[in-house]
Design a protein around this ligand. Sequence first.
Ligand code: SF4
Length: 333
Amino acid sequence: MAKLIEVENLTLQFKTDEGLITAVDDVSFSIAPGEILGLVGESGSGKSVTAKSLMRLNPSNAIYSEDTKINLHLDGQEPIDIMQIKSAKDMKVARGGAISMIFQEPMASFAPAITIGDQMVEQLLIHTDYNAAKAKKYSIEMLDRVGISDADKRFKQYAFELSGGMRQRAMIAMALSTKPKLLIADEPTTALDVTIQLQVIDLMKDLVKEFGMGILFITHDLGVIAQTADNVAVMYLGKLIEKGSVRDVLRNPSHPYTQGLIDALPQLDNLDVPLKAIAGDIPSPLERPPGCVFHTRCPKNLVTACQATVPEFTTLKKDHEAACHLLNEEVTS
Ligand code: SF4
């Protein structure tokens, strides 16, 4: 299948007063047009840093490894390696052009003292050849398209005047107005009521069909992933540890961490089953464990190799891989 974006060997460290901190370690994945890839993991797993890397939005103390490649494939063009873009002008393709991002908290996207409409128009003037009148008309259409009633009126309002769900929709409208090929959605439903959450998820699925774009959907919530994504990639302490179709990974989780995340979900059909949290906390990136990064919390940490060697990915079936020594016969035999 054609790829929209291919991330290869993404490794990123932050330079801090305490030394170099590894936030993302050798992460590779791809997203096809029309695909929703869920990126899952606890806080501190490196999901958001990974996502921001696709637009090179991490702070200036971020150091990418030399073999990091982020190739963007646009129709009829040679692949663009986002890591090699030098000028701010060329970077526009990855920032608000072919790639757009929405956040958990829409107030992070909207300037508080500028109306929603003025911000949408300004973005269209930067990224399209629309004049102001056309940009205004199209912005109001987009607000209407994402289900905001009285779009003309909302266009003239400030973000703080809208309800949480409406702000989220306005942010999606703004992100989609430039017709991005890839939408990065960073915990877009986490702060919403369950009913609004469902509306936003349905809206995003409709928009994928209509615009044919790919989505990188970041969340810590496997329930949301089950409803939303085609494929899922699970991260722990900066490493990708399992990836595959949502159906395969959720039904047959193969990495002990993914198994732990699924066991921690409440079972609505049997409320007497006690919740099983994963023991311990995710370690500080300053104290990254050697070998398998999950070994300090893994209930199956029985193999000597776990503390000494980073596990490679084992292919379990087509498009389903996990990185655990227990899956590798050469290590366990
Ligand atoms: Fe657990 Fe070892 Fe597998 Fe890591 S490699 S997940 S420590 S069994």
